[in-house]
Design a protein around this ligand. Structure first.
Ligand code: ZN
Length: 116
């Protein structure tokens, strides 16, 4: 699992469709953006799903969307609390809402290497 930057942002400002989380790879760096409104179980569910996309190499290979989503859901459902905690600690930076973090999402949302 590579290091990644966690971004909490108002996703509705940056996407024309409903998206709560996204995993991205930009210039070799991994990012997970999660809507700032999420908390508790909902946050954990989205966070685990996006972590799974990175873990399973979905940003590094060309895989059919339906397959990626199923695999990420399955992996997220099996993720132990211990693994989840460990993966959360691998976030090298956490960027709160506003300013720069949203720019990251904006720049890359049209690129190929993304998984919702
Ligand atoms: Zn997904």
């Amino acid at each position: 699992m590579p290091e990644y930057t966690l971004i909490r942002a108002d996703m509705s400002k940056h996407f024309s469709f409903d998206v709560k989380g996204i995993a991205l790879k930009v210039a070799g760096e991994y990012y997970i953006a999660i809507d700032q409104s999420l908390s508790g179980d909902q946050l954990d569910m989205v966070y685990k799903h996006e972590l799974s996309h990175i873990l399973l190499g979905h940003l590094d290979r060309d895989i059919e969307t339906a397959v990626k989503e199923r695999e990420a859901d399955e992996y997220a459902a099996r993720m132990t609390d211990q693994e989840y905690k460990k993966l959360q600690e691998m976030a090298k930076t956490t960027l709160a809402q506003g300013g720069n973090p949203c720019d990251n999402v904006n720049v890359v949302k049209k690129r190929q290497n993304k998984s919702l």
